[in-house]
Design a binder for this molecule. Structure first.
Ligand code: NDP
Length: 455
């Protein structure tokens, strides 16, 4: 057992301390989840649905409290934090409809029929990063519970507070002990134990590609089911025929949302050369007017970075002499602040252009035609998200089909909707979360033949 101090990223002051379990305590929690499994999977579908709705109602009642914890413990602007708590409620409500819809199939065969059942995969280990502690928790937790699995979740070490409160709300709402457990702790201890423990039958991991790769290798040893949601280096492609004002006005929010600590951040803006100058002239005031400051203020649009170490990492992408085109504001004094920063022109091998920064730094690169735009957008090992700005419907569809990413928006910077599938191509991940089919990914299809022949 060890003790971790949660810091307020906006003030650098301690918020609270959290006791972290050791590997043996992690084993006990996994044993508790395994013991709860037979009872939870046997709950009648309608009753499981009602329990998930009661859980959603408890989250709804605690929305302000959860938002306050995220403001203090993660530095999220309060408007965003309220939305994130609401997202947990909404995801639970959406998947509360799933237990009654987990239908199998009836397949005609000679001499009888085959029926398929969706059996819960078992205990699920859910490993969550620090950038969106509430939504990402809910994206794994809700469909897994709906499918009849029990869940042991590990929030990121730095941001455990909302997940711990959500676990308490689950109990208050009537979920039986062991059905949903949160273990704050280190990835190398609690997370690794979830990956290694044979009673955990599926891992849902969101985090860096590097850690995801090693978890995938570890899961392979037990042929353990796995979903990976990893990094991104997404392109925001701006064609000359688009509504340039809108494209420029929303571009900062496509990358600086959550201070750029967003796997879907469109951190490479690609602009058709003929409108590059006009776009930059519109982008500059949009970037300078992003409201960066006290996360507790309702007017704030961008808060601090998560930690001093992460700020140093982000700053390393903007060394002395970097091609800074313009910057927004950031408070001085305590807090892990970093200003919205636009780099242009950048070399194709500049790490700010090729690597995931996970901070408020964006590059702008010109292209000449559609083919070059597609080629630049795809010239990355990642493939998570992206945007296309054009008034030509045919081009929008052509380019969307050609860009190798899992989630694209046309004339919009939106990314994740819980009722549509979410996940990456290439090194951005494996499998899909969310959408109507997500509970199926927490089940195994069982195929049973029933003879209709007389004895
Ligand atoms: P990490 O990969 O460092 O950590 C993610 C989670 O994994 C944390 O809970 C961490 O614990 C845990 N962990 C670390 N090592 C292990 C291990 N050996 N075994 C099991 N668990 C482990 O990522 P970050 O927290 O830095 O998150 C940022 C990354 O997440 C970015 O690359 C981003 O792109 C990606 N991301 C992807 C999303 C998607 O949906 N595709 C969404 C959001 C983020 P601990 O906190 O103790 O280190």
């Amino acid at each position: 057992m060890s003790v971790f101090t949660v810091l307020n990223p906006a003030t650098e002051e301690p918020v609270t301390t959290v006791t972290q379990p050791c590997a043996e305590e992690t084993d006990s929690a996994i044993a508790g989840a395994a013991a709860a499994l037979p009872g939870w999977r046997a709950v009648a579908p309608g009753d499981r649905a009602r329990m998930l709705r009661a859980f959603a109602a408890a989250v709804d009642s605690a929305q302000e409290e959860l938002a306050g914890l995220e403001v203090a413990g993660s530095g999220h602007p309060v408007g965003a934090a309220r939305w994130e708590a609401g997202q947990v409620r909404d995801v639970l409500l959406y998947y509360s409809a799933a237990p009654e819809r987990l239908s199998g199939r009836q397949i005609p065969v000679a001499g009888g029929l085959n029926v398929t059942f969706h059996e819960p995969v078992g205990v699920v280990g859910l490993i969550v990063p620090w950038n969106f502690p509430m939504p990402i928790l809910s994206w794994g937790m809700a469909p897994a519970l709906a499918a009849g699995c029990t869940v042991v979740a590990k929030p990121a070490e730095a941001t455990p507070l909302t997940a711990m409160r959500i676990a308490a709300l689950a109990r208050e709402a009537g979920l039986p002990p062991g059905v949903f457990t949160v273990l704050p702790g280190k990835g190398s201890v609690v997370g690794q134990r979830l990956v290694d423990h044979p009673a955990v039958r599926k891992i849902v991991f969101t985090g860096s590609t590097e850690v995801g790769r090693s978890i995938m290798a570890d899961c392979a040893r037990q042929v353990k089911r796995l979903t990976l949601e990893l990094g991104g280096k997404s392109a925001n492609i701006v064609f000359a025929d688009c509504d340039l004002e809108r494209a420029a006005a929303t571009a900062p929010y496509a990358v600086f949302d959550n201070a750029g600590q967003d796997c879907c951040a469109r951190s490479r803006i690609l602009v058709q050369r003929s409108v590059l100058e006009a776009f930059m002239a519109l982008l500059e005031p949009a970037v300078r007017s992003v409201v960066v400051g006290d996360p507790a203020s309702a007017a704030t649009e961008m808060g601090p970075l998560i930690s001093a170490a992460h700020r140093s990492h982000v700053a390393s992408f903007v060394p002395e002499g970097a091609p800074v085109a313009f910057r927004g504001h950031a408070p001085s004094g305590p807090g892990f602040w970093y200003p919205p920063t636009v780099l242009a022109p950048v070399r194709p091998d500049d790490p700010a252009y090729t690597e995931e920064v996970f901070g408020p730094v964006v590059t702008v690169t010109p292209f000449s035609d559609e083919a070059e735009a597609i080629s630049l957008a795809n010239d990355t090992p990642y493939g998570l998200s992206g945007s296309i700005w054009t008034s030509d419907v045919g081009r929008a569809i052509r380019v969307a089909r050609a860009v190798e990413t899992g989630n694209l928006s046309v004339n919009s910077h939106s990314s994740v909707r819980y009722w549509t599938p979410f996940g990456g191509f290439k090194q951005s991940g494996l499998g899909r979360e969310l959408g109507p089919d997500a509970p199926d990914a927490f089940t195994e299809a069982k195929n049973v033949f029933i003879s209709t022949e007389g004895s």
